[in-house]
Design a protein around this ligand. Sequence first.
Ligand code: BGC
Length: 765
Amino acid sequence: MLFSLTALLFAPSFVASTTSGYAQSSPVFPSPPGKGAGIWADAYENAQDFVRQMTLEEKVNITRGFTVTDNVCAGNTGTVPRLAWPGMCLHDAGNGVRAADLVNSYPSALHVGASWDRNLTYDRAYYMGQEFKAKGINVLLGPNAGPLGRTPLGGRNWEGFSVDPYLSGQLNADTIVGHQDAGVIATLKHFIANEQETYRRPYFGVEAVSANVDDKTLHELYLWPFMDGVRAGVASVMCSYNRINNTYGCENSKLMNGVLKTELAFDGFVLLDWNAQHNLESANAGLDMLMPGGGFWGNNLTQAVQNGSVNEDRVTDMATRILAAWFLVGQNGTNFPVPGIGLKNLTQPHEQVDARIPESKPVILEGAIAGHVLVKNNDALPFKKNPTMLSIYGYDATIPGTKNTDNLFQLGYTSSAEMGQAVLGTEQHFNQAAKGGTIVTGGRAGANGPAYIDDPLSAFQQRAKVDGTWINWDLTSSNPDVNAASDACLVFINAIATEGWDREGLHDDFSDGLILNVASKCANTIVIIHAAGIRLVDQWIDHPNVTATVIAHLPGQDSGEALVKLLYGEAVFSGKLPYTLAKNESDYGVYAACGRGPTNTTDPQCDFTEGVYVDYRHFDEKDILPRFEFGYGLSYTTFNYSSLAIEPLGIKPDAQGSSTPSSDEALWEVIATVNATVTNTGPVAGAEVAQLYLGIPNSPPKQLRGFKKINPSPENSTEVVFELTRRDFSVWDVITQGWVVQSGEYAVYVGASSRDIRLDGSITV
Ligand code: BGC
């Protein structure tokens, strides 16, 4: 096995203690220049030719942001007029083009995670990428591999696909390829351990939280999806606001120079999160671009080169990485619009740039359907016949009256008073149920506003108009009257979350009370929860009159239509939870964000002492019964699993002292295959997510290492094949700084969820 020399330099790694006793991040210098390996080769050749012609000032100029009054891009780089380089517009993000007209609102990443559907993930990313391109956005500020979801209260967990690093990694990779195939630069963010919003940034003399993570946890959990992103060719990575082992993410040479650029051999550019803490030295630490202004760089960077504190080669490398990204996705072609052309100030006269294309329509609707998870069904769904009378309750059934490009709208609030006052740091006031209306996204950078929201009440009414169904509705009362002739009562509630604040809790009394009140009067009560994260259900899930429950996540603009199709049986439930839904808050290994509540610290510390035991890894290890486990979701049909076949392909343990470095091709070699047959044994069509978990020695009992979404027709079977790589079997070795396959017995589980294992076997290594 190859042994990396640089790896040795990293060995005195994270979490050495200092005199203060706090974890520390060790320095790694110098900054490794991009190599232009693999898919980057041509882009580097072009970029190097281009940068050779640039002066120092021109190079410095493209590594920073400038205020441009002509567009509302979140950021604009400098330009190089002498060489006719137009500069770049950078803009958010996850649900589609933000703060713009004539764009679509796609399902949120969490919703995509709940679909477990790699094809839909790619298609969504591709069409969304086309919209960014049409608007003249060079750099799309997504997708998101951090936060992963260490605390279930995390305000931005919904911007990521899953708390599981494997699922997150696969879907981030598919998204990156989709965006970049469409011709825009993807930005994988936020690097790294950006797991909470509380103390997310320095604030009036208070430092940002320090995420104190040990090297093994970093690699096996938080870095894992970033590895997939870099391998998928992501052209940009955004460093995060928080500190990691007491050094700010965007000043952290260990992480940028060491982990990202050396260990993962990342050839793209590292982008500052907006106004994140950094200094002049961050240039040497591996940061390549500042946003939205010039911060400590600009002329200071030019002077730093002149006085020798930053080497000009470093600035050349920054410019080369930035231009290589631009060439990689083909923005040098003639068909890329003028940067920011479709992102004008909406209140000023502007050309109408309609970014929506017809091909995206089925992808948006299919995506909305696929992320709904049916968690309880006492034969209430699908409706057996077209109902004669439906009663609809709850604030989440209709759209809020605020304007569609307004953040309050995205959050489902009617006023900022209703939303609550929020400040950074310790004072959190955040009304977690958005009672102003339905939510189809979470809030802020990940959100956007569409032309329409197909909200639940309207969608059921459209259907009623055709069928002659009588609809009763009362969306305001906490204890509504129920017409005793109702065929079913649908109760709509939500759980909102947003960038900037962590959530107050995982359920609220008003919504739980509403459900219990309706259920006390209606024998067929169906609960639908739009949820920007985990929403507990134990206050009412066992109520005999609650006959079905749907976790509807954040479906995007086609929310109502998707739900109507599912409830009437014109579409099938195929989503599975991309997280664990516990019975109680206290069941989660990590619950609150660090530093919540009254505290007078100016230096908040957050020790990730739980290691990799987050979400189901914790529940399995401690043998805690969840309400609905990771990977769980019901279907309208049933699936049988059979014929497990495990084939080791020359899998051998690593010898003592040897390991595979992160950037080594051998890590991605398939070293075992697992086959199983899945049969649709029910009467109707359906889709199943077959999941493979490995029990790796000295690790959590089960870890997801494969999934396939399949849809055998009734009475038919599909063979699923899982290809397991060396990395899938490996653990991180802090001594050799590489991945090690240990000797021992590896349990192999194939099933319908993390706890519904249908087939098991093992591989002895
Ligand atoms: C967020 C980023 C976002 C950037 C630009 C920051 O506050 O953390 O996710 O891309 O703003 O809007």
